[in-house]
Design a protein around this ligand. Structure first.
Ligand SMILES: O=C(O)CC1=CCC(=O)O1
Length: 393
């Protein structure tokens, strides 16, 4: 993943999605990385251009062991938009990321199309307790507090029920640099964003986890009360890391909100440059496959590759009115109905990358039996097994 200098700090970031679509920038929580958004991002693929980055001192971004304030983290976010020549974006942040979002939206209202604040607070006392936590982590590392943290971040039954969702978060936490974590704790301890909330003009969605002991719904209500155009959603069966514990519900609220404040015309993309199509094609089908296809194209097939890249991948997959997850469903269903084994197999893994789950794939193939016939569905189950093997057992 690339690094870029933003506000004097090297930030690790990832930018993907149709180049004409509005940008949604995601800011992570304390002790995680941009990978914390993995369960949520597939819901947006193809409909929005997703920018995620590691907060400084986290993930693969630069660690700077100097005193900072939450305002500095906000300037990092704005600096990242500057460095990538993005004039305005939808800003989404969870916990520390939500504090960064509040600070960014109050300091730079003209850069924020909309603001989504998840499991966060404008004020989180006490300073002394944050300084104690910072000192403990400096001395013993994040591993010393990881179990207590996971207890706050997820509802009691979730880790046993969904170990695959919790394991990456656990690893991100223990992999976080001690100094990077500690300076952010000190900044949270000193933070009080309550007096600047009324400077936020962007429409704001605040999402709280009903069972979050770290930033309970009362803190979300306090934010809502301070912002002019804010709406509150309290998610059941969710603690602090609500986008990991309840990705589908979180995505439904987020997408509904973003779509209402989209900030881009709802029109087809029309003629687009080859480069735009190439970006989408690689993003969906994978870089290696696309490079192989282009390299294998002779003088005879070259113009065909060019046509497919510009039209199928630029104009059609690049039209943000239909999310890539939906396009994957439709493509797979059409390939079953037409009996196109090669193209079906090509689209199975991209569909999973676009957020289709194995359970949804199974349901889709059963549905094809109704509309395309039992033999077609029968073949498709075999093709899916050929591609996914043990993964679908
Ligand atoms: O560490 C926690 O449990 C709560 C928290 C505060 C800021 C953040 O990002 O997480």
């Amino acid at each position: 993943m690339p690094q870029i200098e933003a506000n004097g700090t090297l930030l690790n970031y990832e930018l993907s999605g149709p180049s004409g679509a509005p940008v949604v920038v995601f800011s992570n929580s304390l002790g995680t990385s941009l990978a914390m958004w993995d369960p949520l991002v597939p819901y947006l693929r193809g409909r929005y251009r997703v920018l995620r980055y590691d907060t400084r001192g986290h993930g693969a971004s630069q660690v700077r062991d100097t005193q900072i304030e939450v305002a500095d983290l906000a300037e990092d976010l704005i600096g990242l938009l500057d460095a990538l020549a993005i004039p305005r974006a939808h800003v989404v942040g969870l916990s520390l990321g939500g504090m960064t979002g509040q600070a960014a939206a109050s300091r730079h209202p003209d850069r924020v199309i909309s603001l989504t604040l998840m499991a966060t607070a404008a004020f989180m006392p006490s300073e002394a307790s944050w300084n104690e936590r910072a000192a403990l982590v400096r001395e013993k590392g994040t591993a010393a507090i990881v179990e207590a943290t996971m207890t706050r971040w997820f509802t009691p039954d979730f880790p046993a029920k969904s170990p695959d969702a919790v394991a990456p978060v656990h690893a991100q936490f223990t992999g976080t640099d001690s100094a990077g974590y500690a300076v952010c704790c000190n900044a949270i301890g000193r933070m009080d964003l309550r007096p600047v909330l009324d400077r936020i003009t962007a429409p704001t969605l605040v999402i709280a986890g009903r069972d979050d002991p770290a930033t309970p719904p009362a803190m979300a209500q306090e934010i809502c009360d301070g912002i002019r155009h804010a709406e509150l959603v309290v998610l059941p069966n969710a603690a602090h890391l609500l986008s990991v514990e309840q990705p589908a519900a979180t995505a439904a609220h987020l997408l509904g909100f973003l779509d209402r404040h989209r900030g881009a015309p709802e029109t087809a993309t029309g003629a687009v440059a080859f480069e735009t199509g190439l970006t989408n094609r690689k993003s969906v089908l994978g870089e290696a496959h696309v490079e192989r296809s282009l390299a294998a194209a002779s003088d005879f097939a070259g113009p065909w590759q060019d046509f497919i890249t510009r039209t199928a991948w630029g104009e059609v997959w690049g039209d943000p009115r239909i999310p890539w997850k939906t396009r994957s469903f439709v493509t797979l269903a059409m390939m079953v109905a037409l009996g196109r084994e090669e193209e079906f197999k090509l689209h199975v893994r991209p569909a999973l990358r676009n957020g289709v789950t194995v359970a949804e794939l199974q349901a889709l193939l059963i549905q094809t039996a109704i509309y395309a016939g039992v033999p077609a569905a029968n073949g498709a189950f075999r093709w899916a097994r050929d591609v996914l093997g043990d993964e679908i057992a």
